[in-house]
Design a protein around this ligand. Structure first.
Ligand code: CTP
Ligand code: CA
Ligand code: CA
Length: 536
């Protein structure tokens, strides 16, 4: 595929959790609102804030009470709690509503997070080209150009209309597919609003990184197109850390090494220099990215790759007795069980592996798994507890668990289609409380296996949704304007640090890890990018 001729869109719901709550209580529409987790301490921590409240300076991470000081009319919705743990079912269900609309209209839809989706519109545009050629400004009520900052609606119309005219009169029609992409995205956003009640924003560009970047330029209820001719202008103003995959330590390292603040400042470095400093693959990836070339494909996936529940137990709340651990194993098992049952009905598949992860007060993280042969709350809880017992260093006669646990998670993954596993399907239909011995255990600390659903589950107030990191490619030097055909490399170590991408696929045992990529530059500096999603 000619990757620099793709048209990719990133759709991101506006202040998503707030909209979900407002849909349930429409009397709060148009009012400054936020969603907080837990009622404790100063009105709970805000994890979502709507635009009306942002105008008053209210931000995510603030406490409900603090928000009220800034904005007396501020209304706080609270995330539901089940068994003392945040329950995100409401938002997941709302997300499913949005994805139903996307999937009904497009073939290539990738769920990037609870409120984000990538669309590859390239083929849809080819079809559209045959019937739609004469578009006018009225077809683009909320489209902005990434290369121009317009303050008023009149200015936006003037700038966009000129671009539209240029694109339509260009004999080579170089940007006309972006125009059609923007048109399709206007349409789908309208449809999402009609069918779900939710507003969203979008970015439209030649690759996923650019689409994600420009989606944030105009929000809410707006969309932004980034033609390749605007890339230099945009990159000259874009801090390195704003680029997906360069948000964490990798970005910090790049800014230090090259003494730059903005991604565009890297343009002056030759491929050779970038490769010498960053390694062959990552140097090449960055060199091409700066020139608007990035090849990560949009992968159609809508199903979670694993289903998990986890909870933080900071400070005094740490789990330091066997009793507490047993009780929380049960609570988390119950949540995973309920979601697995729903998943089994909806998606006709069964999980085959149970994984327990915990972080000890010593900051050591442990992950272990065992086969999951039946869906049963007691079974999940017992298996999890049995695994955790092995790490208790206190005497077997005492009730103390030491070192105490500060984060605990249970996750179910390795799904098989029920159709394919018909012979064992009956096994799952009956619930049993009898715990069978763990027949095999794998250490899952290594990256291939550490699967969780992530931020959708994580009820910690500090968890941040980070975008996926890039996949570097081994493309040869590719000048932006040339029609280079580039194939992305699969199985690169970079995946390890991708928040969304990492759990796309669990490499099979026969799929070797590339040793060159393991030592790759970015991998050494990306370990802070906690991965979060897990869509299969
Ligand atoms: N979320 C969360 N914890 C975070 C970040 C995000 O629980 N640290 C949840 C939010 O509640 C949010 C949803 O994930 O509504 C999507 O996050 P994001 O797109 O980053 O923010 P929005 O609230 O949707 O706001 P925006 O309009 O800026 O996209
Ligand atoms: Ca959002
Ligand atoms: Ca988002």
């Amino acid at each position: 595929m000619n990757v620099d001729h793709r048209v990719i869109a990133l759709i991101d719901m506006d202040c998503f959790y707030v909209q979900v709550e407002q849909r349930l209580q429409p009397e709060f529409l148009g009012k400054p609102c936020g969603v907080a987790q837990y009622y404790t301490w100063k009105g709970g921590g805000l994890i979502a804030v709507n635009y009306e409240a942002r105008d008053f300076g209210v931000k995510r991470g603030m406490r409900g009470e603090q928000a009220k000081e800034l904005c007396p009319d501020f209304h706080v919705f609270h995330v539901q709690e089940v068994n003392g743990k945040a329950n995100l079912t409401r938002y997941r269900d709302a997300s499913a509503d949005v994805f139903r609309v996307l999937n009904a209209n497009f073939k290539l839809v990738e769920k990037a997070s609870i409120d984000e989706a990538y669309l590859d519109l390239t083929d849809d545009i080819q079809k559209l080209k045959e019937n739609r050629s004469n578009l006018t400004i009225s077809d683009f009520p909320s489209t902005h150009l990434a290369g121009s900052t317009t303050k008023t609606e009149d200015e936006r119309i003037e700038v966009f209309e000129k671009w539209l005219k240029d694109c339509q009169s260009d004999d080579e029609k170089r940007n006309f597919d972006l125009v059609l992409g923007a048109y399709l995205v206007e349409q789908i956003r309208k449809k999402i609003k009609e069918e779900t009640g939710f507003f969203c924003s979008a970015g439209i560009a030649r690759n996923k990184i650019l689409a994600k970047l420009c989606c944030g330029f105009n929000k809410p209820k707006k969309q932004t197109v980034l033609p390749n001719s605007d890339i230099d202008y945009v990159f000259d103003k874009t801090p390195v850390q704003k680029i997906q995959g360069l948000g964490g330590k990798a970005g910090e390292r790049v800014t230090e090494l090259f003494q730059v603040d903005y991604i565009g400042q890297l343009r002056k470095y030759s491929l050779d220099i970038l490769q010498t400093s960053l390694g062959e693959k990552d140097g090449c990836w960055l060199y091409n990215l700066i020139r608007g070339i990035e090849t990560t494909p949009v992968n159609s996936r809508n199903l979670y790759k694993s289903i998990s529940a986890s909870k933080n137990f900071p400070g005094k709340t740490s789990l330091d007795t066997n009793e507490k651990i047993r009780s929380w194993c049960h609570n988390l098992a119950e949540e995973v069980f309920n979601r697995l049952e729903k998943d089994r009905t909806e998606n006709k598949r069964r999980a085959k592996l149970l994984t327990v992860t915990c972080t000890l007060i010593t900051n050591e993280t442990i992950a272990r798994s065992c086969p999951l042969n039946e869906y049963s709350i007691d079974r999940f809880a017992n298996d999890a507890y049995r695994i955790l017992k092995q790490f208790n260093k206190s005497s077997s006669t005492s009730n103390i668990y030491s070192p105490a646990i500060i984060n605990l998670g249970i996750s179910a993954g390795k799904f098989l289609d029920s159709v394919k596993t018909k012979s064992i399907a009956d096994l799952f239909s009956k619930q049993t409380t009898k715990a069978e011995p763990i027949t095999s255990m794998e250490n899952l600390i290594n990256w291939q296996e550490a699967e969780e659903e992530g931020d959708d589950d994580d009820d910690t107030e500090t968890s941040t949704e980070k975008p996926p990191s890039p996949l570097p490619t081994t493309i040869a030097v590719a000048a932006a304007a040339t029609k280079t055909t580039i194939s992305p490399i699969k199985g690169d170590f970079f995946r390890k640090f991708q928040k969304n991408e990492e759990r796309l696929k669990t490499p099979s045992k026969s799929e070797p890890k590339s040793s060159s990529s393991i030592t790759s530059f970015f991998s050494r500096y990306s370990t802070n990018d906690n991965s979060s999603h897990s869509f299969g």
